[in-house]
Structure formats: structure tokens, C-alpha cells
Design a protein around this ligand. Structure first.
Ligand code: AHM
Ligand code: MG
Length: 347
């Protein structure tokens, strides 16, 4: 008999979540249900993305989101699908979404959890059949159960995430998530409508030879970043940049590499959002043995002040992130010594 046929049936996402819950004797099952709600909405969005060209849902929606970026029709559809799933599920009291200005109250005042979500990331790639993704973080609320969640519930440190994950809609669709006990990846089997465990206990390589950055912004990078890029070229690293954070992150997570979105003249705090892009991927990469910083400080320890706060991001294989930081520190030291020399001359 074919060896593959002799294998036991694969582990579905539902079964995996259930088994993990059994490890915690006092777990109520609400977080498990919440993860299942997200996976279900992900399947629906996956279906809409696959049929996008046929359903006339590609292209711009005609409005801008809170960040002043043009919304695509699928951005809006994904936002509706995820919010509806979280509202119907009942475990979530409050949501922050990239697509909405303020916090969203689900009406589930008994819900213990808060979700921060980018429903469809990489939307400039929607119309051209390139991988896009959903990114989500889950926090336990701090306010009393029985009322709406508060902004304080939504603005917690990244270190307080109870779960984080992404769904990548690519050549195959995958959900990758962590609850703080390692990272696991599940591949969607469309004919069965199930996610199956395909990448158990993902560990990112300690180092790699891929760097991912929008080099078109070169002229507006700091000297430290420019010098690091020269180092990558001198060492024959490969430049790989899709422009979809989830896809760039996922490739580097598996193969080893570093992704950078530093400050630019146009975006002095970087482009990516702390609450539903940087913190989420920071939790995942750390759980996989990698690192995430803003070039200096650990992402998950940055104090969030605004729902849609941006921050620079350097994330990936630990040795590569360390190397970037080394270049940035060297730039700071050079700047300090210039200031010192100037002061000495003036005295
Ligand atoms: P989005 O959330 O509006 O889709 O923007 C985030 C995206 C990331 O997926 C990607 O890494 C980055 O923006 C690309 O930006 P740029 O086009 O400036 O390189
Ligand atoms: Mg995004």
C-alpha cells in the first residue's frame, strides 16, 4: 500500500485547539472558541479572495481608511467578515481594526477578550494575485466584565498578548498562531474545508541570507540602515520584498531572514502599526526563537498610546536583528562623537 495512505488522518485545527485546551485544567474554552471563530472568518475571506476577479470585488472602494490610505473593496469585505464573526462568537467585547477609526464595541459585554486586527494586510497586492494576509492579536480585558470594553483594554503592552496569529492567503492558505507555547502552522485543504497541522512547532533559523525592505526608500533611510544594506550586498544576501508584510514575514520565518520597515522621511515613525502588525508578529517571532525590535527597543515592551500608533520594525532571525542594531548603534555613536567634537571646538 502507498505509505501515505497508511498514515493516520492529519490533525485538524479544531482538534489541535481542543487538545491544547486540555493542558489547562481551568480553561473555560472561550479562547479556543475565539480562535475557531477567527479561522472560520478566515475561510470565508479566503473564498472571497479566490473568487475576487469573478465577483468584481477587486479595486478601490472609493474611500480612505483612518490612516488616509485608499480602501480596497476586499479590505472592507474582510473587515465586515471578521467583525461579524467576532460579534457572533460572543467571547470578544471590543475590537480595534485597521479599517476603523475608534474602538468597536461588539455588544458582548460579558466577553473576556479584546482583539486587534488588520483584516486584510498588503491590500495593494489584492488586484495582482499576490499573497495577502490577516493579522490578529488577542488580549484579556482589564476592565470589569459586564460592560463595554475600554480604550485601556485595547492599549495593552505587547507582552500581555494571550494569542497572536496570521492567515496568509497565498499559493495555499495557512493559519499560523501562538498562545505563548511555541508556534504552529496549519494549511487549508479547500476540498475538505479544514485547516490541517502542517508546520508543528515552527523554529526560525538563527540566521539567514534574506533581507526584506522597500529599497525604493533608500534615500530617506538613516545612515545606519544604509550601511546595513551595503553590508547585506557585500555579503551576497538575497533581497526579497513582496510588499505584503504577512508574506514577507512568513517566508523569512521559515527560511531565515530579516524584515525591516524603518523610519522614512514620509513616515518618520515607520509605516507599520504597533497594535495589529508589529506586536502580533513580534509575539510570533519570539515564540519561534527570533527577535523583533524598533531598531533599539523590544517591540512588545513599547508603550501603546494610540490605537493606530506606528513604529519602525526590524524582525526576524535573532542574529540578523542583532546585526541591524549593531549598525544603528554605530550610527548613534558616530553622531554623538560629531556633536562632542563640535562642542569642544566651541568651548
Ligand atoms: P496595509 O496594512 O495598508 O496593507 O499596509 C501595510 C503594508 C505591509 O503589508 C507591507 O509590508 C507594507 O505595507 C508595504 O509598504 P511599502 O509599499 O511602503 O513598501
Ligand atoms: Mg496592514
Amino acid at each position: 500500500m502507498n505509505d501515505k495512505l497508511a498514515l493516520p488522518v492529519g490533525t485538524t485545527l479544531d482538534r489541535f485547539i481542543m487538545r491544547k485546551q486540555e493542558d489547562f485544567p481551568f480553561a473555560t474554552g472561550e479562547l479556543s472558541q475565539l480562535l475557531r471563530d477567527i479561522a472560520l472568518a478566515g475561510k470565508i475571506v479566503n473564498r472571497e479572495i479566490n473568487r475576487a476577479g469573478l465577483l468584481n470585488v477587486t479595486g478601490a472602494h472609493g474611500q480612505q481608511n483612518v490612516q488616509g490610505e485608499e480602501q480596497q473593496k476586499l479590505d472592507v469585505i474582510a473587515n465586515i467578515r471578521f467583525i461579524r464573526a467576532l460579534r457572533n462568537g460572543g467571547e470578544v467585547c471590543t475590537i480595534i481594526s485597521e479599517e476603523e477609526d475608534g474602538i468597536i464595541q461588539t455588544g458582548n459585554t460579558k466577553g473576556k477578550y479584546v482583539v486587534a486586527i488588520d483584516p486584510l494586510d498588503g491590500s495593494s497586492n489584492i488586484d495582482v494575485n499576490v499573497s495577502i494576509g490577516t493579522i490578529f492579536s488577542i488580549y484579556r480585558r482589564i476592565s470589569e466584565v459586564g460592560q463595554d470594553g475600554t480604550e485601556e483594554d485595547c492599549l495593552q503592552l505587547g507582552t500581555r498578548q494571550v494569542a497572536a496569529g496570521y492567515i496568509i492567503y497565498g499559493s495555499s492558505t495557512m493559519m499560523v498562531y501562538t498562545t505563548g507555547c511555541g508556534v504552529n502552522g496549519f494549511t487549508y485543504e479547500p476540498s475538505l474545508g479544514e485547516f490541517f497541522l502542517s508546520h508543528p512547532d515552527i523554529r526560525t533559523p538563527k540566521t539567514g541570507a534574506i533581507y526584506s525592505i522597500n529599497e525604493g526608500n533608500l534615500n530617506s533611510f538613516s545612515d545606519g540602515i544604509k550601511n546595513y544594506l551595503r553590508y547585506c550586498q557585500d555579503n551576497n544576501y538575497s533581497a526579497r520584498y513582496i510588499g505584503s508584510l504577512v508574506a514577507d514575514f512568513h517566508r523569512n520565518l521559515l527560511k531565515g531572514g530579516v524584515y525591516l520597515y524603518p523610519a522614512t522621511k514620509k513616515s518618520p515613525n515607520g509605516k507599520l502599526r504597533l497594535m495589529y502588525e508589529c506586536n502580533t508578529l513580534a509575539f510570533i517571532i519570539e515564540q519561534a526563537g527570533g527577535k523583533a525590535t524598533d531598531g533599539n527597543r523590544r517591540i512588545m515592551e513599547l508603550t501603546p498610546k494610540e490605537l493606530h500608533q506606528r513604529c519602525p520594525l526590524v524582525i526576524g532571525s535573532p542574529d540578523m536583528v542583532d546585526k541591524v542594531e549593531e549598525f544603528l548603534r554605530a550610527e548613534d555613536l558616530a553622531a554623538e562623537s560629531i556633536v562632542k567634537a563640535a562642542n569642544d571646538v566651541l568651548q
